[in-house]
Ligand binder design. Structure first.
Ligand SMILES: Cc1cc2nc3c(=O)[nH]c(=O)nc-3n(C[C@H](O)[C@H](O)[C@H](O)COP(=O)(O)OP(=O)(O)OC[C@H]3O[C@@H](n4cnc5c(N)ncnc54)[C@H](O)[C@@H]3O)c2cc1C
Length: 343
């Protein structure tokens, strides 16, 4: 049976800034229905770096209504394994393993004004939303785009072109740390001025998103009008799961999860309410994960035996569920189980 990853050819590589590249992917005709996407969604890549298999998400910066291609942009993170690999090693003609688009950082039906806050690589889903909103709606848009300095601005020329093409509708505000410092609450209040009824979209480094979210909440913007895409997890630095050293011992009659990942196999006695990802980590495995909220599908694996429940599932289709796929970050077994991550 077919796994969740599909081999896509890299059709084009563009050096966008000193530390960011964009990659156009060739999606063959037969896969186009599966890879249909909404502006703001992302792709999940499975790559091998230094012999280790790693899974990461990258947002589409193309917009389905405007661009004919599938394009992602990857900014190098200091010490980052996959982002460095993309920036140093991926060439035109290479084939990458990619999962179909997913994500819910998308435009709603409301025709309200939009304020988009993008920081650094967070511009990728934001520019996709922007292009779709401009082409397909009459919404007025303010884009606030924060960067370290002028040279770090990704898609600068494309944004200038959009501002020229939509003079009455798109207001482009660059914010450079080197000139104005990090955005604070006062700045965010200014950026929100005149857009009291807008929908707000936020994507960027953790502290940037936090100050924007906090300020919007203080301004009384209801949660359903604030959309946030987080690129980083474990934001406060606290470990998500118990480790072998910190976990209490499992009960003598605890259910057992047999987990197969990358040729390794572990049997773990489960703690009450524990997910497969948490149990796998506790056993020393490194399961692939990203959002850990049930919508990115990075962590999907096959349930070979047993049963249980997912706390959330915003991505697996009924067909995939019928094939036995589960989101291991959400799946809590109700007895002994056997779980196999895809090869
Ligand atoms: C939904 C979603 C969409 C995303 N879209 C984009 C996008 O469009 N563009 C983009 O550029 N990124 C995007 N990201 C982020 C991306 O998925 C990766 O998280 C990012 O590229 C970093 O991965 P990496 O493998 O390079 O870094 P990692 O190797 O995972 O390292 C991350 C950080 O941890 C540090 N680190 C690594 N190992 C250790 C260690 N042993 N001890 C201490 N510190 C360590 C590194 O120095 C680095 O700062 C997205 C993420 C999500 C969840």
């Amino acid at each position: 049976m077919e796994g969740p990853y599909h081999a896509l050819r890299v059709a084009k590589v563009v050096q966008e800034t000193a530390d960011a590249r964009s990659f156009v992917l060739d999606v063959p005709e037969a896969l186009r229905p599966l890879f249909a996407y909404r502006a703001g969604q992302f792709l999940t890549f499975r790559v091998t770096v230094d012999g280790k298999r790693l899974v990461r998400c990258y947002s589409l910066c193309s917009a389905p209504e405007v661009d004919g291609d599938w394009r992602v942009a990857v900014k190098r993170v200091a010490g980052g394994r996959v982002s460095s690999w993309f920036n140093e090693s991926v060439r035109e003609g290479d084939r990458l393993e990619v999962m179909r688009p997913a994500g819910r950082f998308c435009l709603g039906e409301r025709e309200a004004d939009l304020v988009l806050f993008g920081g650094g690589s967070g511009i990728t889903p934001v520019i996709s939303l922007l292009k779709t909103a401009l082409a397909r709606t009459a919404r007025r848009v303010r884009l606030v785009y924060a960067n370290r300095d002028r040279d770090s601005i990704i898609f600068g020329a494309e944004l200038d072109e959009l501002a020229r093409r939509y003079p009455g509708r798109l207001e482009l505000q660059h914010r450079l740390d080197a000139v104005e410092g990090f955005a604070d609450e006062a700045a965010v209040r200014r950026y929100a001025l005149g857009f009291a009824e807008a929908d707000f979209y936020v994507c960027g480094p953790g502290p940037f998103m936090d100050v924007v979210e906090r300020t919007l909440q203080a301004l009384g913007v209801p949660g359903e009008r604030i959309f946030i895409e987080r690129f980083e997890y474990a934001r406060d630095g606290t470990p998500r799961d118990l480790t072998a050293a910190t976990a209490p011992s499992a009960a003598a009659d605890a259910p057992i999860a047999r987990i197969r990942l990358d040729g390794a196999e572990r049997e773990v006695a489960l703690l009450p309410g524990e997910t497969i990802v948490a149990a796998a980590r506790r056993s020393g495995l490194e399961p692939p994960t990203s959002c850990e909220e049930g919508y990115c599908a990075c962590c999907m694996a096959r349930l070979r035996r047993g049963s249980g429940q997912m706390k959330a599932n915003d991505v697996l289709t009924p067909a995939q569920l019928a094939e036995g796929w589960v989101l291991t970050c959400q799946f809590v077994p109700s007895g002994d189980v056997e779980i196999e991550y895809p090869d």
